[in-house]
Structure formats: structure tokens, C-alpha cells
Design a protein around this ligand. Structure first.
Ligand SMILES: Nc1ncnc2c1ncn2[C@@H]1O[C@H](COP(=O)(O)OP(=O)(O)O)[C@@H](O)[C@H]1O
Ligand SMILES: [Mg+2]
Length: 261
């Protein structure tokens, strides 16, 4: 079975070499949504950017027994899509053009993506996401939330086996947050691996199968929300007093009461 395993992943920046260090996690399995959570500056974006190949990292990212950590961006694009936390503002393409170019980025042989097919696929994705009215809008004239939706469309149009999303709901209103979470759930149900950074711990417990908790560049916990979330974990990772409640539905709800002094 296809699965993804992280072995001893270490990455950082000039002068800050071990922002994340010795990350061992997995296996991440098809159909499973993992929410990557943790305090500001824990290294969540650094981990996703390392996995996406945008940041040089040491270690292994095993996909079907093969280390894919050091594949070229083009080779990686056939397997992995990454949606960044901060979206570029200065893009003059319109939404459809941006989707067509996202589609081409994953093709080894660019000519093999024929324009009529690419355009149809781009419109199909917009339709699926209820965004058709944005098709001809230049990206630099969209609202932050609209741009975030188009950015998600760019990430899923390639239908990668591994989808990495960095705070995909940060600019979205409640309705669009739920729409995006539902879309992510449907995407995972096609047998895809999804890892997404979420700040809202209750959104994370509601919509993911597993939580991967990062703290100071290391994994503090990994597992099903009801197996790993408790007051002592939230105290040590977030420095807050919290109550973890199990609702009748089995859903986990976190109530944050106060800071630990
Ligand atoms: N481009 C960068 N150059 C130098 N340091 C960075 C850069 N990006 C992030 N960092 C540092 O790495 C640490 C982790 O950042 P990040 O992975 O963005 O955290 P998170 O996504 O969990 O909030 C922070 O201390 C941050 O200052
Ligand atoms: Mg981040």
C-alpha cells in the first residue's frame, strides 16, 4: 500500500540550522487527513516547505520505500501539491490562466497537456468549488479569501497523491471554511494523503482524522484527537489551561480557559 513516512527530517535557515530537527512521523496513509497544529513559530510551515522541496532539508521522506525528499521540483510536482501560507500578491494572470499553468507545472512533458483539455479541467475545478464567476478575474484584484480559494484550486487541479496545505482557511469566513474543509474531506476520500496546518484546534479536531502536534521543532504528539488531546498536552505545548470535552457525537471540543502564569 502507498504510504508516506518521514525519517529524521531536519531543516532550517541560514544561521538557524535546526528549526525542525529529527522529525520522525508516519506512516501517513491514503484517505487520511492529518492536521498539523502547534504554537506560532513551532516550525509547521518549515516542515511543509521541506516536504514540498522548497527548503533544503536533511533526512528521508519515504514514499513506497523510495526517498523522495530530494527529487527535483518538477518530479515532486507529479506527486505533491503545496499551498503556501502567504500567497503571492503580484500575479497578473487571471484565475483560469493560473489554473492552466498549475496543471502544466506537474506535467513532465508540457506538450502532453493540451490546451482545450487543460481549460476544461480548470473550469471543472472552478465549478466544483463554486468559483466560476472568478474565472476571468485577475488574481491581483481578488480579495484575500477569494485568492485563497483559487490557490486551493491550483493545488488540487493536479490531483496529487499528497496534498500539503498551509493554513488554508486563514482568510476565510465561516461558510467558506466549511466549504474548504468539506472539499478537503472529499479529496482525501479519493485515496489521497492530506496534511494541513490549522490554527483553530476545534476546526482541526472536527475535520481531521489525526493530529500531528509540533512544538519547538519537534513532534509533541501524533494520533487521533481523542487519543492524544488532554489538558496536560495543551498546557505543555500552548501554555494554557484548557478543558478537553468529548461531545455525545464523539467529537472532541477544546475550551481554553486561561494562560498558565
Ligand atoms: N525564511 C526564513 N528565514 C529565517 N527564519 C525563518 C524563515 N521562515 C521561518 N523562520 C523561522 O523559523 C521558525 C519557525 O517558523 P515557521 O515554520 O514559519 O513556524 P510556524 O509555521 O509553525 O508558525 C521561526 O522562528 C521563524 O522565525
Ligand atoms: Mg506557518
Amino acid at each position: 500500500m502507498e504510504q508516506l513516512i518521514l525519517k529524521n527530517i531536519t531543516a532550517g535557515y541560514p544561521g538557524k540550522s535546526n528549526i525542525i530537527s529529527g522529525i520522525n512521523a508516519g506512516p501517513f496513509k491514503p484517505g487520511v487527513i492529518t492536521a498539523l497544529v502547534g504554537p506560532n513559530a513551532a516550525g509547521k510551515s518549515t516542515l511543509l516547505r521541506s516536504m514540498a522541496g522548497l527548503l533544503k532539508a536533511q533526512g528521508e521522506m519515504q514514499w513506497n520505500q523510495k526517498n523522495i525528499l530530494h527529487l527535483s521540483l518538477r518530479e515532486k510536482a507529479a506527486l505533491i501539491s503545496y499551498m503556501p501560507q502567504y500567497l503571492p500578491q503580484d500575479i497578473e494572470l487571471n484565475a483560469i490562466e493560473s489554473l492552466i499553468s498549475a496543471l502544466k507545472a506537474s506535467s513532465f512533458d508540457q506538450i502532453s497537456v493540451r490546451l482545450p483539455e487543460a481549460r476544461k479541467k480548470a473550469f471543472d475545478v472552478l465549478e466544483q468549488m463554486d468559483l466560476v464567476e472568478l474565472a476571468m478575474e485577475p488574481l491581483n484584484q481578488l480579495s484575500g479569501g477569494q485568492r485563497q480559494m483559487i490557490s486551493l484550486a491550483q493545488a488540487i487541479i493536479r490531483e496529487p497523491a499528497i496534498l500539503l496545505l498551509d493554513e488554508p482557511t486563514s482568510a476565510l469566513d465561516l461558510q467558506h471554511q466549511v466549504a474548504v474543509m468539506q472539499l478537503v474531506k472529499e479529496y482525501a476520500a479519493k485515496g489521497k494523503i492530506v496534511m494541513m496546518v490549522l490554527h483553530d484546534i476545534n476546526l482541526a479536531t472536527r475535520w481531521s482524522d489525526e493530529l500531528l502536534v509540533l512544538h519547538k521543532g519537534k513532534i509533541a504528539a501524533h494520533g487521533k484527537p481523542n487519543e492524544i488531546l488532554n489538558a496536560s498536552l495543551l498546557a505543555s505545548v500552548y501554555n494554557v489551561n484548557a478543558i478537553v470535552e468529548t461531545l455525545q457525537s464523539g467529537q472532541i471540543q477544546v475550551h481554553v480557559e486561561s494562560l498558565i502564569k
